[in-house]
Design a protein. Sequence first.
Lengths: 305, 439
Amino acid sequence: MLSLLQKLSSGLQKTRSSLVEGIHRVVNKARGLDAEVLEGLEEQLLLSDMGWETVEQIMEQLRRRASAANAFNAEEILQILKQELNEQLRGVAHGPLNTETAKPYIISVVGVNGAGKTTTIGKLAHLFSTQERKVLVAAADTFRAAAVEQLDVWRHRAGVDIVHAQPGADPAAVAFDALKAAMSRQVDVLLIDTAGRLHTKGNLMAELTKVNKVLERQCAGAPHAVLLVIDAGTGQNGLIQAKEFTKAAPITGLVITKLDGTAKGGIVFSIVRQLGLPICYIGLGEKIDDLEPFEPETFIEALFQ
Amino acid sequence: MFQELSEKFESVLRRLRGQGRLTEANISEALRDVRRVLLEADVNYKIARQFIADVEKRAVGQEVLKSITPGQQVIKIIYDELCKLLGEKEAPLLFSNRLPNAIMLVGLQGSGKTTLAGKLARHLRKKGRNPLLVAADVHRPAAIQQLQVIGKSLDIQTFSEEGRDVPAICRHAIEHARKNMLDTILIDTAGRLHVDDEMMQEVRRVKETVDPTEILFVADGMTGQDAVNTAQAFLQQLDFSGAVLTKMDGDARGGAALSIRAVTQKPIKFLSVGEKLDQLEPFYPDRMASRILGMGDVVSLVEKAQEAVNADQAFRLEKKLRRQEFDLEDFLEQLQQVKKMGPLQDILAMLPGVQNKAFKSMQVDERALIRVEAMIHSMTLAERANPSIINGSRRKRIAAGSGVTVQEINRLLNQFEMMKKMIKMMKHKSGGNRLPFGF
Ligand SMILES: Nc1nc2c(ncn2[C@@H]2O[C@H](COP(=O)(O)OP(=O)(O)OP(=O)(O)O)[C@@H](O)[C@H]2O)c(=O)[nH]1
Ligand SMILES: Nc1nc2c(ncn2[C@@H]2O[C@H](COP(=O)(O)OP(=O)(O)OP(=O)(O)O)[C@@H](O)[C@H]2O)c(=O)[nH]1
Ligand SMILES: [Mg+2]
Ligand SMILES: [Mg+2]
């Protein structure tokens, strides 16, 4: 087994040769769509965490389309693949939230532990307040150590108000208070930070359901957006997360965080395909303006870098 | 439950059944399924490929043991290799005589370092050491407070300072530990990306300053393919001494464990299994291998089943199943074998289906088994062979004989009918093959 380990370590140490280069090399050797080219592409997709089922389907489409188009050139094949990936994401309206459809526009942010919820709230608070919207944040993570203090730092950076309670308080009660405050203070956007929770914890998922129910009872149509935050590094579990969170809360869209690293976030292809959820924003760092609206083209381009 | 069990490996079993020797042809197809299982578990693509190639080499030509099917044998080989790759021996924390010992926690953002610092502090104190928590994350908002809250809840000191010179903070922490007779400092560093040169330099300088006994790379157990890139970069820059996988209380299969282990060759020392500070476990390679394969403890179940199920009996049963002659007498025999394998709860825990929600909610009542046994014992042989003759008055008699209600008899007979139907369905699905473990 040691030899395998050594082989792997040395193999991975080599700089990741650009995919396109690799294809050129192979295509020059043998004309046509040979197995090696396809394997190279398949590898790239699998390494992005897309999951074998999605990859298999995409590869099949690619094979069909490439031979129909008589595409032998590496660049052409890659273009077809990108088109195919683009189509996978199509049919759902991705991109930023339109917070002008309600007042207050209520957004709750949910996800597993450490995904980047609180940071994303800080960034969104900043984004909306630069758009001249009056923003309020609610610290409904009453569980994690110093979660309130963390959000408090962010809201100061963004220059917005906060509603919070004692550690251990009922998150639904915090959400309720925040909503009342938002209504009386003429707030445009209310952002609710929730505690990280694994989707396997029934009681915590029920708690999340309750938070959203309380909002809904208080204000018809609320929450207007429920954003599920997914860490770009997440593997196949991301799809299960999305499915389970969708059962517990009316998820309206995704935020993919930590795309400034080397992880590609390919699991969202499976999530979009299976659940039809739009991707609203991506997180690209730890600074307040490291948030961008999601754009399929750029995202797909990044898969091949 | 046996349907669930065979789900993942059903195709493997099907393809390899009834062949005496493992050949390249019959293995490679089965291994394609295994590759998928590994990918689904988030084992890195390249590692999965190498692993499969290696297993294939090892498996070809092996004679198939009489007692098990070739499919089971392949699974056993895969499992054994996986255990080996994951590390054969336990890897406890290392300590030195030069006090204080420093343990650095490093890793990507949000992986669970700060929480782990608390867990390790608690763990070390239980082992008789005097730990000090050191707040070396000056970047994340309220990171210092987070560690302080954790320290306070454990009644363990936290060292922190204003200012942003992290190596200096750590140096002062060491002085503080010396003065206060604290023998182990746990350094909670900021989360950082391996591609962030400035931040990687900061943590390298911390290493130079504190000369740690351990550097633990803390990785989220839900990580996918990228685990190899990050682990390798942290290894190159810091030469960490071990890894910890967090958030393993969820249902992620944890293939990152294999990826990290394979590219770094460093031991995985702990699993973090919850948000509470006592939720820390040692790392067991065999359990991890089962989890990655998504088969619960299938291998030990296979072994147990082999012991408990006498081969002759299994053969007879199989023939009966095939001819659909399975009767209550056989049902009783099966029950007795199941009982021999140990408490049902334990057996269930070994099955892959247990990771499935449906199974979690399924309560196993050992006493129910005993009642079923009693009911069947109160039947005549003719009734056991042909349950359809059990009419109302027979039911009353059996109920009285076994001390149960007629409703319970009805339920048993219904369940038996359902089971027969299920067996029939499984038989069709698997093309008349042997059902797993004699069922
Ligand atoms: N590099 C990078 N780091 C990020 C990004 N978003 C968040 N982080 C970091 O990830 C870590 C966790 O972020 P949080 O916002 O605390 O995550 P959370 O989901 O609120 O965590 P819990 O509330 O504990 O479940 C912090 O160190 C953040 O600075 C991002 O887009 N890029
Ligand atoms: N379910 C579960 N949650 C965990 C576990 N370990 C940590 N967490 C949670 O994951 C989130 C992030 O944990 P932290 O300890 O803050 O992670 P960190 O690596 O210090 O994060 P940064 O300092 O921002 O890089 C928190 O919500 C923790 O409560 C675990 O084993 N299981
Ligand atoms: Mg948070
Ligand atoms: Mg931390």
